[in-house]
Design a protein around this ligand. Sequence first.
Ligand code: C5P
Length: 303
Amino acid sequence: MSLPDARLLDESPGRLRGLAPGKLNLFLEVIARRPDGYHELSTVFHEIDLADEIEIALAPDSDDHLACLGHPLDVAPADNLALRAVRAFRGWNATCPPCHVRIMKRIPPGTGLGGGSSDAAFVLDALARLTGSTPPMEQMHRLARDLGSDVPFFLAGGSAVGRGRGDELEPITDLPRFTFVLALPAFSLSTATVYGHVDLIEPRADVSSFVEGMRRRDARGTANGVNRLERAACVVEPRLARLLEDFRRRSEAAWRMTGSGSALFAMVSNREMAERVARQVAPLGSAEVHVVRVFVRHPLEGT
Ligand code: C5P
């Protein structure tokens, strides 16, 4: 599904401003290494209301240009996923004019929250709307997948089971609205490096029973969720191991990593508990602690 939805903040001819929400991996099991260098996953993506803000303007007679505020980028502007998405869209529709993109990065790069991937999906949707030419769904999915494994999820957002590289998606429509405490450490992690250290472990955790537990609001079931990349991330970044240990010792909540890290989250039953847990971990060395909920793209259809 594409714009307009709750991501769209405002729009004028040739210009559009909106939100690119982040995600949590509530569950992430690594099934196998693939011959193409990727790993076969089963994961649960859940879109959250911590979001980058993006403005994109068509700028004929100019060049593509990116300006970023907020959290610093971890790659050169030309390699940023938002500009790569502009070029990918132009690869499909050669008449797409040059674009000026401004991003307020509220989602720090290298934290497993999918900020760059969400920016890229937003740009694809925005250009479809601004140019009045929307790629067929399969083509849009291909453009997204070629930009990164998490980008297809952000085309529809919400909650979904991801399989394959994470790009084979099955929407989950009937989850209760959970509250999360999110901690953003001051350091980032490289996805490729973390995957390079992963151990494949049997028996594998089962994504279907995890999703069933969430549907029943089964706190114990969901606390038993897994992120198979967590141990690898702790080997790559010992500060993460120490932070997780401190969080688990000093707070009443069950903490897990999202994606390939470095961000950590705890799923809690209500806002009051979230604020208590946030206070418990705030002094433990994380740069930022937020309380977040699911991002609802279509409020009237929400649960
Ligand atoms: O797809 P994306 O560009 O986000 O992936 C970055 C890196 O993460 C890949 O080059 C690969 O090393 C690793 N990865 C993986 N298996 C996945 C997703 C990512 O091994 N399913």
